[in-house]
Design a protein around this ligand. Structure first.
Ligand SMILES: [Zn+2]
Ligand SMILES: [Zn+2]
Ligand SMILES: [Zn+2]
Length: 347
């Protein structure tokens, strides 16, 4: 029943669910990270001169949230969230124009965009799975504020918010942080998701994500439901313990989220990440926000924003590289069951 080859709800992406190779959660238990002892953390308060001046700072004064930014020197160290340009950016605001095609086979464009780091807490080991809810909300608020700023640049078409957790998932520093990359491209996965949701709308007259939520809410892949959100293990999960969080109310972009919704989102995010951490001994993961790209005609209203969480538990090897198909040894139904059980322990 659980085996077979499954297709993603939207993408032309296929996964072989190989449940007979199934592993128990204990087979995935992560090894504890080596402690970065003796090294100075450039993201800890007091070390701001090791990173570029902040483009946005949140400061708390007698219960009020204030905003500021750094001048070159001195830099503020009394922040609770700190955003600044990545020291080694993948894209740059002053990228030179390059000739689009030098040859019909060798195509390139300029690497224009913005690449920022968001330090999510002044506390070195406060990760979202154990973060104070107010802090988690502020960190998400700051990220949303930066994304909105980047979207106002005429050339920016898409802004990716993402989080790499632990070295195995690409984080070079352990201090809690996320990253934001704004580009003038609409990356392939976003383009395919948008095209797919448009086609579905034409055919069915409904939002595909709203239909996914309605279908999965009653089924074996539901992990958790809060006032405004659902967390589910997607039908064609490509990784063990993959899960998505989606707003129940149709909304194309995270940028329109209300304060109350963001508070609820912080809660469900923390709940799910904590259960993942409890189930597997704090594994590495990547999470990515998918929000509506910006088209010349504006944001696509048929899109429905969501967060995708990819624990890094399987190694993609020859088959995955050669085919773009995946093998997942943990059926999403089993993922949902394990994560649900962890959540129940705490409620
Ligand atoms: Zn630190
Ligand atoms: Zn929808
Ligand atoms: Zn997506």
């Amino acid at each position: 029943m659980e085996n077979g080859v499954r297709k993603d709800y939207l993408l032309d992406r296929w996964v072989i669910i190989a449940a007979e190779r199934a592993k128990r959660p204990s087979d995935f238990k992560a090894k504890p990270s080596p402690r970065d002892m003796g090294k100075v953390c450039p993201f800890c308060p007091g070390n701001e001169e090791m990173t570029p001046p902040a483009t946005l700072l949140y400061i708390e004064r007698e219960g009020n949230l204030l905003e500021d930014r750094d001048l070159e020197m001195p830099r503020r160290s009394d922040w609770i969230v700190r955003c600044f340009p990545n020291r080694y950016p993948a894209v740059k605001p002053r990228a030179k124009e390059v000739i689009a095609a030098e040859n019909k086979l060798l195509y390139r464009t300029r690497a224009y965009g913005f690449h920022e780091v968001v330090v999510e807490s002044p506390i070195h080991n406060e990760q979202p799975s154990n973060m104070r809810l107010k802090q988690l909300k502020y960190s998400l608020m700051a990220q949303i504020e930066r994304v909105s700023t980047f979207y106002r640049y005429p050339s920016v078409r898409y802004v990716q918010m993402f989080r790499n957790y632990r070295r195995e998932a690409g984080a070079s520093l352990s201090h809690p942080h996320s990253q934001i990359i704004a580009t003038e491209h609409i990356p392939r996965i976003l383009r395919e998701e948008v095209e797919s949701s448009n086609k579905y709308m034409e055919r069915e007259g409904r939002c595909i994500f709203c239909d996914i939520i309605e279908l999965e809410k009653e089924g074996p892949r539901l992990i958790y439901e809060s006032g405004y959100f659902v967390a589910l293990a997607p039908w064609a999960s490509i990784q063990p313990f993959e899960f998505w969080i989606l707003p129940k109310k149709h909304s194309a972009s995270l940028l329109e989220i209300t304060s109350e919704e963001l508070e609820d989102f912080s809660k469900i995010l923390k709940t799910c990440l904590r259960s993942l951490s409890e189930a597997l001994g704090d594994p590495p993961y990547n999470y990515v926000f998918h929000i509506a790209p910006k088209y010349p005609r504006g944001v696509d209203e048929f899109y429905h924003w969501h967060l995708e969480v990819y624990p890094k538990l399987a190694v993609w090897a020859g088959f995955e590289i050669g085919t773009g198909m995946y093998i997942n040894v943990v059926p999403p139904e089993a993922t949902a069951e394990s994560l649900k059980a962890e959540i129940e322990k705490y409620s």
